[in-house]
Design a protein around this ligand. Structure first.
Ligand code: ATP
Length: 413
C-alpha cells in the first residue's frame, strides 16, 4: 500500500519539506529513513499528530549532525542510544537508529544493538504502533506493516506482537489501557488474557518507569477513563494496594480540567489519586514511584491540609486567620483541597486565599520602618507582622494608616 498522497495531505508543507530533505541526505549515504510509531497509526486513523518519530537504517546521530549543519535546526544527540533530536523553530523531529532489543530479565531495560527496520518494529508494544512508512526516494510512501497493524486498526484492536510482551515489559499493560481508552478499541483475545495474567509483573518495573507511564496517561484527554479501567483490572492495586480508580477520582479529574491550565493538571491528578491515603500510605507511594521532591511536597501538603480542613469550616474566620492557617502550604495543595472538599465554607476560604490573601502585602517595608525609627530585628518583625494582619483584615487601607499603626505599635516612639 502506498501512502504518498496521504502524507502530502496530512503533514504541513514546511514539515514535509524537512523530512524529505532528511531522507534525501540519508539516501546520499545509502541510508533509509522511515516514519514510525504513533504518527503512522494516527495518519491512518486521520487524527492529527505532528510529533514525528523517524527511524534510520544507518546512523541516526551522524545523519542528524549533517542535517543540523546545513539547516536551521538545533541538535541534541545521544550517542549512547543512537538517537537525536532536531529542534526547528516550529517543529521537533526525533531520529533513532533502527535497533534490536533483548531483555535479560523481566522489567529490565533492554540491551540494544543496531538493527534493521524489521528488528525495530518487532520490539514495539502493539501492532497499531508497529507500522512504518518509507521516506526513501525510491519507494516513498510505502507502508511497512509486518504485524497486521492496519487490519487491527480497522478492527479496532490492541494486539501485542508476541506472547512474552507483557512479561518483558509490564509498562505495556499501562500503555495498552491508555490506547484502549483513547481510541475506544478492544484488546484482542490473547492480548486480553496475557494482560490480566501479566499484572503481577508490574512489580518488576522501576518506580521511574511507572511514574513515566502515569505522566503519559495524565496527558490523555480523559485520563480518568484509563485510571478507572486500570483499577478494574487490578493494575492500580498492584502499583499500590490503596490505589483505586473510583468515581470520586473521575469527578475530580474532570473538575480540575474545567478550571485549571494544562501545566497544573498532572500534579493535581497525582493529588487526587492519593487523596484517600494515610500519611504512611503516601510515604510508600512516593518511594515506590520515586516522585520528585517538589511534587512530593505538594502531595504531602495536600493530605496534611485535608486533615486540617475542619479548622477552615467556620464562616466567622478573619482573613488573617485564614492566611495564618494556609500560608505554609503549596498553592497546588490548597487548590486540590478546594476542589476536593465538600464544605462550601472551607472551599470559599481556600479560594479566597488563592485568589487574594496570598498576594496581600503591606505598603511599608523594612527600610521605611527604619526611617520611622523602628530598629531592625525582632521588634521590626513584629511590627511588620501586625501591619500585615491589619491589612489582611481591612483595619488599615492606606500608607498613612500603616504609618499611624506602626508608630502606635513601637514602644520606643
Ligand atoms: P502516543 O501516545 O500517541 O503513541 P508517543 O509517540 O508520545 O504518543 P511514546 O510513548 O513516545 O508515544 O512511544 C513512541 C513509540 O515507541 C510507540 O509508538 C511504540 O511503538 C514505542 N514504544 C514506547 N514504549 C514502548 C514499550 N514500553 N515497549 C515497546 N514499544 C514502545
Amino acid at each position: 500500500m502506498n501512502l504518498a498522497r496521504q502524507i502530502e495531505q496530512y503533514l504541513p508543507q514546511p514539515l514535509l519539506a524537512l523530512v524529505k530533505d532528511i531522507s534525501g541526505q540519508a539516501a546520499k549515504q545509502r541510508e533509509r529513513v522511515y516514519l514510525v510509531g504513533g504518527v503512522v497509526r494516527d495518519l491512518l486513523l486521520g487524527y492529527p499528530n505532528f510529533d514525528l518519530d523517524l527511524v534510520v537504517e544507518g546512523d541516526a546521530v551522524r545523519l542528524a549532525q549533517r542535517v543540523a549543519e546545513t539547516g536551521q535546526a538545533r541538535l541534541l544527540a545521544h550517542h549512547r542510544f543512537g538517537t537525536a533530536k532536531l529542534r526547528y523553530e516550529n517543529f521537533i523531529l526525533d531520529l533513532a537508529t533502527a535497533r534490536k532489543e533483548t531483555y535479560a530479565r523481566p522489567g529490565a531495560l533492554p540491551a540494544v544493538t543496531p538493527g534493521t527496520l524489521k528488528d525495530d518494529l518487532i520490539r514495539r508494544d502493539f501492532s497499531i504502533n508497529a507500522m512504518a512508512i518509507s521516506l526513501a526516494p525510491n519507494d516513498y510512501g510505502e507502508l511497512i506493516d509486518t504485524h497486521q497493524g492496519r487490519t487491527d486498526l480497522e478492527h479496532r484492536l490492541i494486539r501485542i506482537l508476541h506472547p512474552g510482551s507483557f512479561t518483558d515489559d509490564a509498562t505495556r499493560i499501562l500503555r495498552a489501557v491508555c490506547y484502549e481508552q483513547r481510541f475506544g478499541f478492544k484488546f484482542e483475545t490473547q492480548t486480553a488474557r496475557l494482560l490480566k495474567r501479566g499484572i503481577p509483573m508490574l512489580d518488576t518495573i522501576s518506580g521511574d518507569r511507572i511514574r513515566h507511564e502515569l505522566e503519559h496517561i495524565f496527558e490523555e484527554k480523559r485520563p480518568e477513563l484509563v485510571i478507572k479501567r486500570l483499577g478494574d483490572l487490578g493494575a492500580l492495586h498492584r502499583i499500590h494496594s490503596s490505589l483505586a480508580g473510583d468515581g470520586w477520582i473521575a469527578e475530580k479529574f474532570d473538575k480540575a480540567r474545567r478550571h485549571k491550565k494544562p501545566a497544573q493538571l498532572p500534579p493535581l491528578y497525582f493529588c487526587f489519586l492519593v487523596y484517600s491515603f494515610s500519611e504512611n500510605e503516601l510515604g510508600q507511594f512516593l518511594t515506590r514511584l520515586n516522585l520528585p521532591a517538589k511534587l512530593s511536597r505538594i502531595m504531602r501538603d495536600t493530605l496534611h491540609l485535608k486533615t486540617s480542613l475542619r479548622l477552615l469550616d467556620r464562616p466567622s474566620l478573619k482573613h488573617s486567620e485564614i492566611h495564618c492557617l494556609l500560608r505554609e502550604y503549596q498553592p497546588l495543595a490548597i487548590q486540590a483541597n478546594a476542589m476536593a472538599t465538600e464544605s462550601p465554607t472551607a472551599r470559599r476560604s481556600l479560594q479566597l486565599f488563592l485568589t487574594k490573601l496570598r498576594y496581600v502585602r503591606t505598603s511599608l517595608d523594612g527600610e521605611e520602618l527604619k526611617k520611622l525609627g523602628i530598629s531592625a530585628g525582632p521588634e521590626m518583625g513584629k511590627v511588620l507582622e501586625r501591619l500585615h494582619k491589619a491589612k489582611l483584615d481591612g483595619e488599615v487601607r492606606t500608607r498613612a494608616d500603616e504609618k499611624k499603626l506602626a508608630l502606635s505599635l513601637s514602644p520606643k516612639l
